[in-house]
Every structure is written in C-alpha cells, then in structure tokens.
Design a protein around this ligand. Structure first.
Ligand SMILES: C[S@@+](CC[C@H](N)C(=O)[O-])C[C@H]1O[C@@H](n2cnc3c(N)ncnc32)[C@H](O)[C@@H]1O
Length: 242
C-alpha cells in the first residue's frame, strides 16, 4: 500500500490516529465540506434522507454523525423523528452540539460510540444513516454486521459515500482533484498535513459500487440498491435488514 504522511491509511484507521485526525480538523470541517464540494454536500445529505421510507415517529441512528449535518437534515424532513447521533470523536460531536444549541433543536441526542461496538440493544432503530463514514471503518464487514444488529427487522440502512469513477475522462479529472487540489486546499486551511491526503487515499481504496453492494448483501441486507449523484462522484446505497 502506498504511504501518505507517516502511515498508510489502514494503519491510521487502526492505531487511534484517525480519531486524532478528525479531532484536528474540527474547526474547518463544515467550511471545507461546503467549499470543496461547492455546497453539493448539502444536497447529497438531503437526498440521503429523502430516500428513506420511515414509520411515524421513527427512531434513527445517525452513525459517524460528525458535526450532525445528517441528524439535522433528518429533523428538517421528519420533525417527529428521534435521532441518536453516534461518533467516536467527542470534538466532532461537541461542534455539532453547538449547532443544536444555536438552533434550539431537540430530538437529536449525541452519543460517544464506536461503529464496531455500538452501545445499543439489538433491533432498536427503524433506520440507520452513515454519511462519509463507512470508508473509515477498519473492519467493514464487522461494522456492517453491527449496523444490522441494531436495526429492527425491515429497518433501513442508508449510506452516503464517495465512489471513485471507474473509467473515462471523469476518472482522470477526479484523480487530479483527489491527489492534487484536495490535499492542497485541505492543508492550507486546516493546516493538517495528512488529513486530506488520507481522504483522497481512502476514496481510492474503497471498493467499486458493485463490490460494495455485494458486501451489503453478504452482511444480511436485502433490496440493496445504489443511486449515483453528481456525475457519480458520490453514491447513495440503501438496504433493508432481512
Ligand atoms: C467524514 S466524517 C462524516 C461526518 C458526518 N456524517 C457528515 O456527513 O459530515 C467521518 C466521521 O466518522 C467518525 N468515525 C470514524 N470512524 C468511526 C468509528 N469507528 N466509530 C464511530 N465514528 C467514527 C469520525 O469521527 C468522523 O466524525
């Protein structure tokens, strides 16, 4: 595996530096999301939530919730929802909590927790969302099983993730964006040497959409479907707990 900074990405995921890395970019996280995606990230999260079919007064888990943008979008679209917003980074959750305080928002409950050992009873949630989080999980099959465990039977999993284009001119343009522009802009603003280089590398290392759909099926999800957004640079994946 090619190295970026001091460690290859899989080691960063395993040795605790990933948590440290997210803590380091908190002040710039929301700003850089809007800036680097030309505000498309707001639309992507809106579409993620819109694709869910939910019962009345649903109980939702927003996993890898970060600064709570998906949780807030959930309440915008489903005011009766109750959202457990879980993340292993307390600084990210604290930044999100400040947004909740500013907006006077109830209904969202930030909780410290690791995706690989979720602090919830089995069959608790009507739906589980994870935006730009699944790519960071060191043991993806185990994490998907854990997500399945906490969903009620028939509960929906909704994933938003960067998927590298597989071929064509877009693949070349995207490669340049990922390996040159993104790490440079990220470094200039956040002054965090490897965070945005890690982002680029983790996107390149993510499986193809087809392979990821198979992983979801193997983890026990049915009705797995993918929807590409914005020329296919990100995808939504949905599945139901069978
Ligand atoms: C790129 S951010 C995405 C945040 C948010 N979902 C969004 O849409 O902006 C990834 C988040 O995943 C969290 N994360 C990474 N690995 C995790 C794990 N094993 N368990 C819980 N959270 C994790 C990080 O702390 C970070 O807040």
């Amino acid at each position: 595996m090619k190295e970026k900074g001091n460690l290859p990405s899989w080691e960063i995921q395993r040795d605790g530096r990933l948590e440290e890395m997210f803590a380091g970019i908190v002040p710039w996280y929301d700003f850089l999301n809007r800036c680097l995606s030309l505000r498309r990230d707001v639309y992507w999260r809106r579409e993620l939530v819109q694709g869910l079919s939910l019962p009345p007064r649903p109980l939702i888990l927003d996993l890898a919730a970060g600064t709570l943008d998906v949780s807030l979008e959930m309440l915008r679209q489903h005011s009766q929802a109750r959202v457990a917003a879980a993340d292993f980074s307390l600084p990210m959750l604290r930044q999100g909590q400040e947004k909740l305080n500013r907006q006077g928002q109830g209904g969202i409950f930030p909780i410290a927790g690791d995706a690989l050992a979720l602090p919830f009873l089995p069959a608790t949630f009507d739906a589980l969302t994870i935006a730009f989080g699944v790519r960071n999980l060191p043991d993806r099959p185990a994490a998907l099983m854990e997500m399945r465990r906490v969903l009620k039977p028939g509960g929906m999993l909704a994933i938003l993730e960067f998927i590298p284009p597989e071929r064509g001119w877009l693949q070349k343009a995207y490669e340049l964006y990922l390996t040159r522009l993104l790490p440079w802009v990220g470094r200039v603003f956040s002054r965090h040497a490897y965070a945005y280089a890690y982002l680029a590398e983790s996107i390149k290392n993510f499986p193809t959409a087809g392979a990821f759909c198979r992983e979801l099926q193997e983890a026990g999800f049915r009705e797995v479907r993918q929807r590409r957004l914005t020329f296919g640079v990100v995808s939504l994946f949905y599945g139901e707990k069978s």
